[in-house]
Write a protein that binds this ligand. Structure first.
Ligand code: PEP
Length: 238
C-alpha cells in the first residue's frame, strides 16, 4: 500500500503574523514541485487565521498545536507532543481523551509518541511507545483509528540536533506498524507514521527512504522556508 508523505511544520511559539505571511511567498512558488506530498503547518495560535488566509486554495493544511477535550474546531491538531507530556505533565490518559475529542469533532490528529533517553538506555523504548499507543487507541475502532496520523518523536532527538539514524527510526516505525497490525489488521497499512526529532534538509532523504517513514514532524528546521521546502522536496518520490 502506498501512503502519501506528510511534511508537518511545528512552529511552536515562533514567527509573527508578518513572518508567517512572508513564509508563504517562497512556499507558494515551490508548491508545483511538491504536489506528490501533503504539507501542513502548525503555527502559534496568533498566526492561525492569517496563515490560513494566506494559504487558502493551496491545499496546505493549517493546524493547531494542541486542543482541549471539550468541543473545538480546526482541521488538524497535534496531540501528545513531548513538551505537553513531559513539560506540562500530560498523562497517557489525558492524551487519549484529547485524541477521542479530536476524532469526535472531525479533526485529523497527529498523535505524538516517543521515549526519553533514560528509557532507551534501559532498553525500554518499544514498551514505552506501545503503552502510549495502547492507551491512546484503547477505545478506537478500526474505521476511526484509520483517521489518525502517528508521529514517532524520540524525546532525546527533539531540538537537540541529535537525530535517530534511519535504521533506528525504521526499527521503531516497524514496531509501531506491527502493533497497529496486531490491533487493526490491514487498516494498519493506511496509517501514516511520521518521524520527528532534529529533521534537517541533510538527513531527510535518508530517513524518508525507509519503508515505514511516511513523512516528518519538524520543529526548528520548519521555521525557515528554504529548509522546510528542501525537506518536503526530499519526500517527493523519484
Ligand atoms: C518537534 O518539536 O516536534 C521537533 C521535532 O523539533 P525539532 O525538529 O526541532 O527537533
Amino acid at each position: 500500500m502506498s501512503r502519501r508523505s506528510l511534511i508537518a511544520a511545528n512552529w511552536k511559539m515562533n514567527h509573527t503574523v508578518a513572518k508567517a505571511t512572508e513564509f508563504v511567498v517562497p512556499l507558494r512558488a515551490a508548491l508545483p514541485r511538491l504536489t506528490p506530498v501533503d504539507l501542513a503547518i502548525f503555527p502559534s495560535f496568533f498566526c492561525v487565521h492569517a496563515l490560513a488566509e494566506a494559504l487558502k486554495g493551496t491545499g496546505v493544511a493549517v493546524g493547531a498545536q494542541d486542543l482541549h477535550w471539550e468541543t473545538s474546531g480546526a482541521t488538524m491538531v497535534l496531540i501528545g507532543h513531548s513538551e505537553r507530556r513531559h513539560v506540562m505533565g500530560e498523562s497517557n490518559e489525558i492524551v487519549a481523551r484529547k485524541l477521542s475529542a479530536a476524532l469526535r469533532d472531525g479533526l485529523v490528529p497527529i498523535l505524538c509518541v516517543g521515549e526519553l533517553l533514560s528509557e532507551r538506555d534501559a532498553g525500554n523504548e518499544t514498551t514505552v511507545v506501545e503503552k502510549q499507543l495502547e492507551t491512546a487507541f484503547h477505545t478506537l475502532a478500526a474505521a476511526v483509528a484509520a483517521g489518525v496520523v502517528i508521529a514517532y518523536e524520540p524525546v532525546w532527538a527533539i531540538g537537540t540536533g541529535r537525530t535517530a539514524s534511519p535504521h533506528d527510526a525504521e526499527s521503531m516505525h516497524g514496531s509501531v506498524r506491527a502493533w497497529l497490525h496486531g490491533r487493526y489488521g490491514d487498516v494498519a497499512d493506511e496509517i501514516r507514521i511520521l518521524y520527528g526529532g532534529s529533521v534537517k534538509p541533510d538527513n531527510a532523504a535518508g530517513l524518508i527512504a525507509e519503508r515505514n517513514v511516511d513523512g516528518f514532524l519538524i520543529g526548528g528546521a520548519s521555521l525557515d522556508p528554504a529548509s522546510y521546502i528542501a525537506i518536503a522536496g526530499a519526500a517527493v518520490p523519484r
